[in-house]
Design a binder for this molecule. Structure first.
Ligand SMILES: N[C@@H](CCC(=O)N[C@@H](CS)C(=O)NCC(=O)O)C(=O)O
Length: 261
């Protein structure tokens, strides 16, 4: 087996990590992944040499102890070196293999993998304009997934404001994906690229809202994507095709099984 080209620390499993792992498999590269289930990440030292903390290290006087910012509610233990490498203090946290450079934002970790791989495979496009178009999709996917993150985290105290924002973001994003799939087999042209990988992982994560309908019942709201297959058939067919691709299936497993029931 070849040497890992990057290291990633995260809660696991995490669709945002799958992006990099899928790309790495397609490029025949290795990534070293460390982490634990979300509720255990407060037991870890967040660092390029992440490790489980000893019980006596887990106290508020530890210089690494920091208030969590987004998606966590516990005190987290992030070293100064981690914060230098990852100014926003988030996971997934990518690192160059020597640990000296932090790569943050899952789409940028994905880009890093593609840049480290064989360009002839075309995952990051065939020329500068294609690569820029892929970047455009990655940016749109990030905007969508940021809204989805806020929405999914608010599930137990949903407000009309939050719900309406998500509904609008979902409509805007899905309409764009549907539009482009009228002309291409993949999001950019007729070959799979980083755009398809990020789309599959982030769109799938948003669609977990369908498994949370009971939490919306109390505020008389219907999950936003119900019936979306009929409005955006190409988008859902694309997700289904990608989900059954052997490399995607390796990481997504039955994550999307609830969609095709
Ligand atoms: N858009 C980012 C999202 C990363 C993010 O927001 N991660 C959250 C967990 S979902 C985090 O690490 N929070 C750390 C904290 O709460 O301090 C990505 O795709 O990497």
């Amino acid at each position: 087996m070849s040497e890992p080209v990057l290291k990633v620390f995260s809660y696991l499993p995490n669709p945002r990590v799958w992006k990099a792992l899928i790309a790495a498999d397609l490029l025949n590269l290795q990534i070293e992944v460390a982490g634990d289930k979300p509720s255990n990440l407060d037991k870890w030292l967040w660092d390029h040499q992440a490790r489980l903390l000893e019980d006596h290290e887990r106290h508020s006087g530890n210089p690494a102890a920091r208030e969590s910012r987004r998606g966590f509610s516990q005190t987290l233990f992030k070293t100064d070196a981690f914060m230098l490498a990852h100014p926003f203090g988030t996971v997934p946290a990518g690192f160059s293999k020597d640990g000296n450079v932090g790569i943050f934002e899952s789409n940028s970790i994905l880009r890093a993998v593609a840049r480290l791989g064989d360009q002839a495979i075309g995952l990051y496009g065939r020329d500068v304009t294609e690569a820029s178009r892929i970047d455009g999709f990655l940016d749109s996917i990030l905007v969508f997934s940021r809204e989805a993150q806020e929405y999914l985290l608010a599930m137990d105290q949903m407000t009309t404001y939050q719900y309406d924002r998500m509904a609008e973001a979902f409509e805007f994003f899905s309409a764009g994906i549907e539009q482009t799939l009228q002309h291409n087999r993949f999001l950019v042209g007729d070959e799979m690229t980083l755009a398809d990988i990020a789309f599959a992982c982030d769109f799938s994560q948003f669609l977990r809202e369908r498994l949370m309908q009971n939490r919306l019942d109390s505020v008389d709201l219907h999950c936003i994507s119900h019936d979306a297959e009929t409005i955006y058939p190409r988008t859902f067919a694309h997700l289904q095709n990608l989900s059954t691709h052997a490399v995607f299936e390796k990481y997504l497993g039955d994550y999307n099984a609830h969609i095709w029931l």
